[in-house]
Design a protein around this ligand. Structure first.
Ligand code: BG6
Length: 483
């Protein structure tokens, strides 16, 4: 397929475009990775000339790039930028956009970085101007819908005009270097795969903890909450990469086919199990990053809210590989540290020959952020003569990816990889329609169950690891969270 001629960003003045999309495109261009004729079109409601728009984008790129800003790279990037003003709900805007695309060689990619409520009007507006024909493609941001039904509705409306192979659903976690490294770790090493099952693995923990609160996104967040904002997409994607069967190659259909099988194997959580297997929390005042911070509801004038800012779940993947292995998932805002971590806890040895020296089961800890590392905890003999010569202690084999790849000049933004893949028409790192919908089916059951049973979020102090119930969730099975 020939290179696309235009990359159009709807919501071009929004937060995501400022912080991620324009800086990512700038860096790709600076590294010589964008097709030479690619025009970048910003589309948003406010009125700007091209020159004003370029000035704004320059400010956002400078801020994000810091010391990596290059005037020469910017001057060349700025030449690609044009602006198309217009209200996404006004059909006339699409005629303006079409004019701005005149003269481009090759197809167009449309990135919908707007409120999900605008996805359908935008796709319809594009279709009315014949802008949805092959090879044009569409990229949509999460959240796609608020439930299976709304996700299905959006997907169907998009599918009327863009075939599935021309629809790219973004989950930015799939663009993170360390998340891709999960595939390398599992399938690039012969060591782990024979152990990667219920016979050797006791349980798995996936934690995505943030210290930030809702940061000016109260309106959006209050409608979604942590379960829809983080678990339905990022955390379930991590779970898929850990739990999936080896794909036969890295082609989109192979990898995504394996992931969707995992999502469909997730055991539904029944209403009667909600209190045992799920925990909802909402942050109250407290201290994070050394600062006093307000509670969640105080961020928006104190009106009571039933939205969870913390969730912990005990999930099970019902198949031969994982039968009986709990997958503990948790995420929250205003927690003590920012960390994303996957812990694979192996089983105890079946019988200890080291009388008196306690043994700790092996553990593989994969830290995705802020630092990237893979650590394997193993038992080791301490040099001593006590205990008949065998005194053991756990030691960690630590592979710090930061140290291993010191030569890399800067950490890439996850979006750089994803935008490049979309431009190159490779959808392996994007979420297929059936994946997004299968994830909602499992999530809906939990969220609807909370509504049916009246299970409200419990308050937790900002700067703590969530409500006490989160600890009981693992302790009930004799496990505990690793922090
Ligand atoms: C986004 C969520 O998808 O991911 C945010 O909407 C969250 O609420 C963010 O803060 C976390 O991403 P990262 O890359 O900082 O872990």
């Amino acid at each position: 397929m020939s290179d696309p001629g235009a990359f159009v960003i709807f919501g071009a003045t929004g937060d995501l475009a400022r912080r991620m999309l324009f800086p990512s495109l700038y860096f790709l261009d600076a590294d010589g990775l964008l097709p030479s004729g690619l025009r970048i079109v910003g589309a948003a409601r406010s009125n700007h000339t091209d020159a004003e728009f370029r000035k704004n984008v320059e400010g956002w790129v400078r801020e994000r790039a810091g010391a990596f800003f290059s005037q020469e790279a910017w001057d060349s990037f700025a030449g690609r930028l044009v602006y198309a003003p217009g209200d996404a709900t006004d059909p006339k805007s699409y005629a303006t956009l079409k004019q701005r695309l005149e003269g481009t060689q090759g197809g167009a990619l449309f990135y919908l970085s707007t409120s999900p409520a605008l996805y359908i009007p935008i796709v319809k507006g594009l279709a009315a101007e014949n802008l949805t024909n092959d090879p044009n493609r569409v990229i949509v941001e999460k959240p796609i819908g608020k439930s299976w039904a709304t996700c299905e509705q959006i997907n169907s409306a998009i599918a009327e005009h863009f075939s599935e192979n021309r629809t790219f659903r973004i989950d930015h976690y799939l663009g993170k270097e360390t998340v891709q490294n999960l595939i390398a770790l599992r399938f690039g090493n012969a060591l782990f795969e024979p152990l990667w099952n219920r016979h050797t693995i006791d349980h798995v923990q996936i934690t995505v903890a943030e210290t930030l609160g809702v940061e000016g996104r109260f309106g959006y967040y209050d409608e979604y909450g942590a379960t829809r904002d983080m678990v339905q997409n990022h955390i379930l994607q991590l779970l898929c990469l850990i739990a999936m069967e080896p794909p036969s190659n890295l082609r989109p259909e192979s990898v995504r086919g394996e992931k969707v099988k995992v999502l469909r194997s997730l055991r539904p959580i029944r209403d009667s199990e909600l209190r045992e297997k799920t925990v909802r929390g909402q942050y109250a005042r407290g201290v994070t990053d050394g600062k006093s911070v307000p509670g969640y509801v105080e961020e928006d004038g104190g009106k009571p809210s039933d939205t969870e800012t913390f969730v912990a779940l005990c999930a099970h993947v019902d198949n031969w590989r994982w039968a009986g292995v709990p997958f503990y998932l948790r995420t929250g805002k205003r927690l003590p540290t920012r960390t994303s971590q996957i812990v694979i806890q192996f089983r105890d040895v079946p019988h200890s020959i080291f009388n008196g020296s306690p043994l700790m089961a092996n553990r593989l800890t994969i830290t995705l952020q802020p630092e990237e590392s893979i650590a394997l905890t193993i038992m080791n003999k301490t040099p001593s003569l006590t205990q008949g010569g065998y005194e053991l202690q756990p030691l960690t084999l630590n592979l710090s990816l930061l140290d291993a790849f010191k030569g890399e000049k800067r950490r890439r933004i996850a979006y750089e990889r994803l935008l490049l893949e979309a431009i190159s028409d490779n959808s392996t790192l994007f979420v297929r329609r059936d994946e997004a919908e299968a994830a909602w089916v499992w999530i809906d059951r939990i969220i609807e169950g909370w509504a049916r049973t009246g299970m409200k979020p419990m308050p937790y102090q900002s700067g703590s690891w969530g409500p006490a119930g989160a600890f009981a969730l693992t302790e009930r099975n004799g496990h505990s969270w690793y922090e």
